[in-house]
Design a protein around this ligand. Structure first.
Ligand code: XUL
Length: 504
């Protein structure tokens, strides 16, 4: 099509749980093409729900690896049919759902170097995988392997110091350990490409694992030129560069243009925090990952399960099911809520592992109820204080240039964002992140092109749309919350010690 013609661009791919998505971004950083294939709707023959198969044990969750390959075929064929000019693609990069793993069978690299451009990929890669149902991030079947891994490295905190996270069922090391233990033949026939890993973790997972992995590279590395298969079948230029792919969370951080000291807060069904970290302090909660746009730094991820779920419940109970009454309650109560603090976890929280509702008066006495407006402010202040406390627990510090980027359903509520700005003492911006992993991958492709010249990522994405300012801290907010934050942290510890047995 005419508008696709003759525009030098980069492609960003996102292989997510429910779909594969692509965007094309031009040199002015405008997205001018996007498409997606939804696994449940467009690839009915695989019979997935939400892109996955939940097995009978309720713990094992996998996706057919060939479904992902076929989705790539479908998108590329559609792009070709629409007249997309692949010869203009300077570079591409991408992201995948984190922790999903693919097991190339010994000999697959030979097949990959001799692909016929006359056939679709999924026809040629049928026999190339030693495991056809790939474990994905929703899998929680590897508790045994998790405990073994922690024991092998000297405990959960030791593992976190080594890798950035204690053992989690969905993480790939434990998934590989399970495959080795339950299906040694498939493991033996697996070849995995180049990375370098912690020796003690490698040995704790499975033997000869390092041979199947290779050395990790900075995320902006060009890992090679595109395969001749894509050049011949789709008309990519042979010089089109492939920039290292990353996880969907790091790719979103890039897509949101997070910078040093920034924090992204996604206010959805559950709330998620991405932090830019300089000096991480790995802990028993949250995850520290490599930073996808600055190899010297890190990023962290924290998940809070009781997000909109709780906000909606309290809205129904204390604000007559009305968001405008909910907002009015926030406006009519003061910062700090007169010292009243609340913890609202109707489902077992992840960060921290607490359940139930716990309310405390200014004198630290546990009380069973608050007046409606106090309840609403206690919920919102409590949710944001918890975020700040747990972010700081991982080494995060608010800096004078800190921006908070808010996304997700609750980011449309200005009064909620005002509390966020006040609790963190930093301005809050809103941004559209519908495509952030995909767009972030295209930005990272541009960064990969520029990386040889040491241009920082922030310079590469200078022209990309900026987030919109939504709230700035109220004068006096920092004094209020500096006094209240230690109080909240202390009460959280008190609840934890009352609701949990002695530590293992
Ligand atoms: C992060 C995680 C999920 C997946 C979603 O650790 O498991 O956010 O990355 O695709």
């Amino acid at each position: 099509m005419a508008e696709h013609a003759a525009r030098p661009c980069c492609l960003g791919w996102d292989f997510s749980t429910q779909q594969v998505k692509v965007v094309a971004v031009d040199a002015e950083l405008n997205v001018f093409y996007e498409d997606s294939v939804n696994f449940d709707k467009d690839l009915l023959e695989f019979g997935t729900q939400g892109g996955v198969h939940v097995h009978e044990d309720g713990l094992t969750v996998t996706s057919p690896v060939l479904m992902w390959v076929q989705a790539l075929d479908i998108i590329l064929e559609r792009m070709k049919a629409s007249g997309f000019d692949f010869s203009q693609v300077l570079a591409l990069s991408g992201a995948g759902q984190q922790h999903g793993s693919v097991y190339w069978k010994a000999g697959a690299s030979r097949v990959l170097t001799s692909l016929s451009p006359d056939l679709l990929l999924h026809k040629q890669l049928q026999a190339c995988f030693s495991i056809r149902d790939s474990p994905v991030w929703m899998d929680s079947s590897t508790t045994v392997q998790c405990r073994r891994l922690e024991a092998a490295v000297g405990g959960a905190q030791a593992l976190s110091c080594l890798t950035g996270s204690r053992a989690y069922e969905r993480f790939t090391g434990n998934q590989i350990a399970k495959i080795y233990q339950q299906n040694p033949e498939a493991y033996a026939h697996t070849e995995i490409q180049d990375k370098v890993w912690s020796q003690v973790c490698l040995h704790a997972c499975a033997p000869h694992l390092e041979e199947k992995l290779g050395s990790p590279v900075p995320s902006c590395s060009v890992v090679g030129a595109i395969s001749s298969y894509f050049v011949q079948r789709y008309g990519f230029s042979p010089g089109c560069k492939v920039v290292a792919f990353t996880g969907d969370n790091p790719a979103s951080l890039a897509g949101m243009k997070l910078e040093e000291g920034d924090i992204a807060v996604s206010l959805g069904t559950s709330d998620t925090l991405f932090l830019w970290l300089q000096e991480p302090m790995p802990a028993l909660e949250g995850h520290v990952f490599c930073n996808p746009v600055d190899a010297q730094h890190y990023m962290a991820l924290l998940c809070f399960k009781n997000g909109s779920l709780m906000r909606e419940k309290i809205r129904d109970e204390s604000a007559s099911c009305s968001w405008s009454d909910f907002s009015e309650a926030l406006r009519s109560t003061e910062m700090g809520n007169g010292g009243n603090l609340g913890f609202y976890f109707d489902v077992m929280e992840i960060t921290p592992e607490i359940t139930g509702r716990h309310r405390f008066s200014a004198e630290n006495h546990q009380v069973s109820a608050f007046p409606g407006a106090v309840e609403i402010r206690a919920l919102i202040e409590g949710q944001f204080m918890a975020k700040r406390i747990h972010a700081e627990g991982l080494g995060y510090r608010v800096m004078p240039k800190t921006k908070i980027l808010a996304t997700g359903g609750a980011s449309h509520n200005r009064d909620i964002l005002q509390v966020l700005a006040d609790v963190f003492g930093a301005p809050v911006y809103v941004t559209n992140t519908a495509n952030s992993a995909c767009v972030g991958s295209a930005y990272r492709a541009f960064h990969g092109l520029a990386a040889g010249t040491d241009v920082p990522f922030s310079e590469v994405v200078k022209l990309a749309p900026n987030p919109r300012l939504a709230a700035t801290p109220t004068p006096g907010a920092s004094q209020v919350y500096e006094a209240l934050l230690p109080q909240y942290a202390k009460l959280e510890q008190r609840i934890l010690s009352q609701t949990q047995g002695p530590p293992e």
